[in-house]
Design a protein around this ligand. Structure first.
Ligand SMILES: Cc1ncc(C[n+]2csc(CCOP(=O)(O)OP(=O)(O)O)c2C)c(N)n1
Length: 298
């Protein structure tokens, strides 16, 4: 089974300025540092309301535009087409949260993907609307406690499952879809470098653990992110022109309990709820192993 190689040095400038107003242990901030260092200065990026805009925008000194929560897909499409019209070749990036991608941002993103706009869409997925106090999103996992899915006598947290957004994007028949994790920077860097070099709509979905929303010690962001991958809850893969490939295969999946028990949002889980999540992770992992190296019927 493959293992990620040692940390890769990225040549080029450190784009992020020192200091930002993110929470301690915020994975969005670590991701931003890696992402923009790989993409380099020839990049224009866009935001919609969310932690990235509010906490990080001031420390990413690149060409930037922001728009309304639902407008990310329209904004990056306009910028990409405008740059093409004036003959400028730049990376056009949408760097948005899970709400700005999977919920209110979904229809404009889907339309941009269907038109195969030449942009890179990065979803930094902290699995809730964190900038407004931790409400559930369509990417919040089942049973997670959030401010709108609290745990109480009649409630066990979020009732429904997380949307499988990377596969929804793959079903748009775009050239490149990938998942990534802040705990696997080499894998992330390789995917960014690849996406940077190809034309068309590229979708990168990065899990971004949030100490504030998920309820863990801010010193453990990377540990939590790694356990989410090693337990099979957040598999790392890419879908390149419809060809599916796992980019990291743990020798053996760790029990989901190891990953979830570190997170306060799952503190209430009972054995049957753990079993349900465990079953889901194992079933999906088997299905992904089955399609590994194959073309998906999209
Ligand atoms: C139309 C609209 N609805 C609601 C809001 C309020 N709002 C601002 S940021 C935000 C949450 C952003 O969540 P997400 O996209 O997941 O990013 P995060 O802050 O978690 O990184 C919400 C609901 C808004 N700005 N516009």
């Amino acid at each position: 089974m493959s293992k990620p190689s040692a940390f890769q040095r990225v040549e080029g400038d450190e784009i992020m300025a020192l200091g930002n107003s993110s929470c301690q242990g915020c994975a969005h901030a670590t991701l931003a540092r890696i992402i923009f260092k790989v993409l380099g200065r020839n990049t224009v990026y866009t935001s919609v309301p969310g932690c990235i805009w509010i906490a990080l925008q001031g420390s990413i000194p690149l060409y930037w535009r922001g728009t309304v929560f639902e407008g990310g897909g329209a904004l990056i499409s306009g910028i990409a087409n405008g740059l093409e019209a004036v003959g400028k070749d730049m990376n056009v990036v949408g760097f948005y949260g899970d709400g700005g991608t999977a919920d209110i941002g979904l229809q404009a993103m889907s339309a941009a993907a269907e038109r195969n706009e030449n942009v890179l869409w990065i979803c930094a997925d902290n699995e809730a609307y964190m900038n407004t106090g931790g409400q559930r999103s369509g990417l919040t996992p089942i049973y997670a406690s959030t401010t709108t899915t609290p745990v109480a006598s009649e409630s066990r947290g979020k009732k429904s499952n997380k949307k499988n957004l990377p596969f929804i994007m793959a079903a748009h028949n775009i050239p490149y879809v990938a998942t990534a994790s802040v705990a696997y920077p080499n894998d992330l860097i390789g995917k960014l470098q690849y996406a940077k070099g190809i034309k068309g709509f590229k979708y990168l979905h990065v899990q971004s653990p949030c100490p504030t929303g998920w309820g863990f010690d801010p010193a453990r962001t990377i540990k939590v992110a790694r356990l989410m991958v090693e337990s099979g809850i957040w598999p790392l893969y890419e879908i390149n022109e419809g060809n599916f490939k796992l980019t990291y295969k743990p020798r053996e999946l760790k029990p989901v309990r190891e990953a979830l028990s570190l997170q306060g949002r799952f503190r209430h889980l009972d054995d049957s709820e753990y079993e349900y999540i465990q079953g889901q992770a194992v079933d999906r992992w088997r299905q992904l192993l089955d399609v590994d190296g194959k073309k998906l019927p999209l």
